[in-house]
Design a protein. Structure first.
Ligand SMILES: *Cc1c(COP(=O)(O)O)cnc(C)c1O
Length: 383
């Protein structure tokens, strides 16, 4: 344990490494220097919205994902909203959304003027399946948003088959799954479009908000470029009313520094995930289900389950292991969506009470992983 002091704070035991929930760019000082140089370059250029930095990062990100186009926008939520609008989805239309997700997935549907149809998830993967979608179809269903939640890829092929047969659009929410591979292709490239967030803690994070849509549909990409900036086709000519959803050049420049390291960071996350799954297999918590042979998990977060979740979190906090909950309230039970009157959705409701998110990030050390395993191993549920 580097940088340790002899002092032992209350609640901390000798020899234990406190484990933070996440460590961002400060973990790689060299990267931080490169980022600061990019910030200075943008400052000197005084071109702050869209422009060359954004175009360069769009090319890099599209190529990295394996899509024809990337259209950078101001957030992951904007990415989802603008894709729905570009696809002509709006009032009167239903969009199927897993209730076990970050609320943004549903909010984008609402912002587009359509209605989210919140559905349950598979108990093993916590993700949407084709069977769940099929059971929820109505004659107003226009689109499905599979969410590669936690970084695990949804089983896309049966879902795509179902949606093709019914003429439904598929918009992937890949905000937690940059680089997760399914049947040889990366998240975001399976459906009509894939949406990404560059919120600072995501697998690829900016120094502020940011997002992108990837697609191989030329017309959709062109429509998104209009929608992200006031529907402005040529100077002062506005094709449609839209708004400001642009990515800042500063964020694009920062993301361009970080992208070449993303495969390595995802590999570090996968390795840490495998270590934790193995180390926690004999404990009382349920570890993430094994990854399907044709799927992937890039461990944006590492979620375990136990009926005694709140006691586990307290036990870990007492041992200086930070935790979180993804997510404590399913979307259909949020006040924002109470008026839809959807549910009960029992699998997601149970996940909300039993899930506990443990620390995982690329620079997590063997000592930190051992501390997590040891602390979880000492947990004894009351039941
Ligand atoms: C982060 C996230 C979003 C929204 O991204 P923002 O950039 O914060 O708007 C959407 N869906 C999921 C699953 C996310 O994790």
């Amino acid at each position: 344990m580097s940088g340790a002091t002899a002092e032992i704070r209350p609640g901390e035991r000798p020899g234990r490494t406190p484990v933070p929930f996440v460590r961002l760019d400060a973990a790689e000082p060299e990267r931080k220097r490169e980022i600061l140089a990019a910030v200075e370059r943008v400052g000197d250029s005084a071109a702050f919205t869209l422009g060359a930095e954004v175009e360069a990062f769009e090319d890099d990100f599209a190529r990295w994902c394996g899509a024809a186009h990337a259209v950078d926008v101001s957030s992951g939520t904007s990415a989802l909203e603008l894709v729905l609008r570009a696809l002509g989805i709006g009032p009167g239309d239903e969009v199927i959304v897993p209730t076990n997700s970050f609320i943004a997935t549903a909010e984008a549907v609402t912002a587009a003027g359509a209605t989210p149809r919140l559905v349950d998830v598979d108990p093993d993967t916590a993700l949407l399946t084709a069977a769940i979608v099929e059971a929820a179809l109505t004659d107003r269903t226009r689109c499905v948003i599979p969410v590669h939640l936690y970084g695990r890829s949804v089983d896309m092929e049966p879902l795509l088959e179902l949606c093709r047969a019914r003429g439904l659009r598929v918009v992937e929410d890949a905000c937690q799954a940059h680089g997760a591979v399914y049947r040889g292709a990366r998240a975001g490239t399976h459906g009509d479009a894939g949406c990404f967030s560059f919120y600072p803690t995501k697998n690829l994070g900016a120094w502020g908000d940011g997002g992108a849509v990837v697609t191989s549909d030329d017309a959709l990409a062109a429509q998104l470029r209009l929608l992200r900036s006031h529907g402005e086709g040529t100077r002062h000519h506005h094709e449609m009313a839209s708004g400001t959803h642009r990515l800042h050049a500063l964020q694009a420049a920062i993301l361009a520094v970080k992208l070449p390291h993303l495969d390595r960071w995802n590999e570090q996350r996968r390795a840490a995930g495998a270590t934790l799954c193995e180390a926690l297999s004999d404990t009382v918590v349920t570890v993430p289900a094994p990854v399907a042979a044709d799927g992937d998990h890039v461990f944006h977060v590492f979620v375990v389950r136990t009926p005694d979740r709140d006691a586990l979190r307290k036990h870990l906090a007492d041992r200086d292991v930070a935790t979180a909950i993804h997510y404590p309230t399913p979307i259909h039970l949020q006040p924002a969506y109470a008026d839809l009157g959807q549910g009960p959705l029992p699998v997601s409701e149970r996940l909300a009470t039993e899930s506990c998110t443990l620390p995982i990030f690329p620079s997590i050390t063997d000592g930190e992983l051992a501390s997590i395993a040891e602390a979880v191993g000492e947990f004894r549920p009351r039941g």
